[in-house]
Ligand binder design. Structure first.
Ligand code: MG
Length: 382
């Protein structure tokens, strides 16, 4: 087997991503990002050794992140990406491999098939990199967010890593280009007049740069967690000529008594969503002792629960609420209620079910002393 060493470059400071440790040591779906990147190469049958290139200040973080991994001794990088790669390559000089793959630690979702394609191309060429054709139309702007040119994208590819090279050729190219600040190793190879082949990368093998990238990677790794929450609420009848249920006002010979508009349907739905999130109940978020909520439209409570869900990166799959009363008759208003609930949250009406039942004259609902509502919310967390 041709000896192929993987160098995983993790020497950057990751200033673009918030947090008190460099991003490559941050846990991504339970594992440090760097450990995920290293493991992809350790597991690969055609990679004979894996070495990380880190910042000297991060040695303790590195030791913690890689304690149980089978790695070559770590190497220290330099001030730039270019310098770090060069130092990594030079660290192999005393026992040079035939080929080297250089990979960014901030691409932890690298898959074996992409590594395979780079290695296969390296059998035929001294340099091969993972890349993807540009599909979006590319605009040049004039510095003031005004388009001044549309660029022909047909020949454009986005470079990813790993980038694979004949070891001695890329080492020489790096040493010749020393002091430059190329952002990838292929650019060093090109400057050294090496022929660089493109092979197909993978959309999931993106570089984690922003907080949004980080969340996207977590979603891809963690998959979807489905959760169910339930809610229950009761309001008593009192004087009045209308009731509001699931956001729809219905004429009636009584009203419902409550601090807000006493919409038991929306209150039960709000509690169901909060329950699925483990975020307490409606009374904690909107204390009845707070005059702010007096007489208010209960849609604000439901919107609040939906906002918390959105902030947690989740979405509503389905809501189901049952209104329990003898009167008023709910069925003529069911569709309007489903639409209204969907509108409040910004989901499709097909994701909302409103049903009604009586209690056969039994209990407080049967005696028309009040209305009860029970709800179930099914949510997805990513
Ligand atoms: Mg209530």
């Amino acid at each position: 087997m041709i000896e192929t060493v993987a160098l995983v470059v993790a020497a950057g400071r990751g200033e673009r991503l918030g947090g008190d440790i460099p991003k490559q040591y941050r846990r991504l779906a339970g594992q440090p990002m760097l450990a995920r990147s290293l493991k992809a190469f350790i597991r690969h049958p055609r990679i004979t050794g894996v070495r990380a290139i880190i910042h000297p200040d991060d040695l303790a973080l590195y030791n913690e992140a890689t304690a149980d991994l089978d790695l070559l001794p770590v190497a220290f990088g330099g001030a730039t990406r270019h310098e770090s790669s060069q130092k990594g390559l030079e660290s192999l000089a005393s026992n040079p491999p035939a080929r080297v793959l250089i990979h960014d630690a901030s691409r932890p979702l690298i898959d074996a098939a992409t590594i395979d394609r780079v290695l296969a191309a390296l059998d035929l060429s001294k340099a091969a990199i993972a890349a993807l054709p540009v599909r979006d139309t590319i605009k040049r702007h004039d510095g003031d967010a005004t388009v001044c040119e549309t660029i022909d994208r047909s020949s454009l590819w986005r470079a990813q890593t790993p980038q694979g090279f004949d070891y001695s050729s890329i080492l020489v190219a790096h040493q010749q280009q020393s002091g430059n600040s190329y952002t990838d190793d292929a650019a060093v190879a090109e400057a050294g007049r090496m022929t660089v082949k493109l092979v197909l990368g993978d959309e999931d093998n993106f570089k984690i740069t922003t907080e949004q990238d980080f969340r996207h990677a977590e979603r891809l790794l963690a998959g979807t967690e489905l959760r169910v929450g339930n809610g229950f609420d009761v309001h008593r009848f009192g004087p009045g000529n209308q009731v509001t249920l699931c956001g729809v006002t219905i004429p009636h010979d009584q009203g419902l008594v409550g601090h807000s508009d006493a919409d038991a349907g929306l209150h039960a739905l709000t509690d169901a969503i909060l329950g699925a999130l483990g975020e307490g109940d409606i009374g904690e978020h909107f204390p009845p002792t707070d005059p702010t909520w007096k007489g208010r439209d209960s849609s604000i409570f439901l919107q609040h629960a939906a906002t918390i869900l959105n902030e947690r990166g989740g979405s509503i799959r389905h809501l189901d609420v049952t209104l329990i009363c003898e009167n008023p008759k709910i069925s003529p208003h069911r569709q309007a209620m489903q639409r209204r609930v969907a509108d409040i949250i910004g989901i499709d009406a097909t994701q909302v079910s409103v049903k009604a039942t009586t209690t056969e004259g039994l209990g407080f609902a049967g005696r028309s002393e009040g209305i009860a509502a029970q709800a179930v919310a099914t949510i997805a967390l990513f």
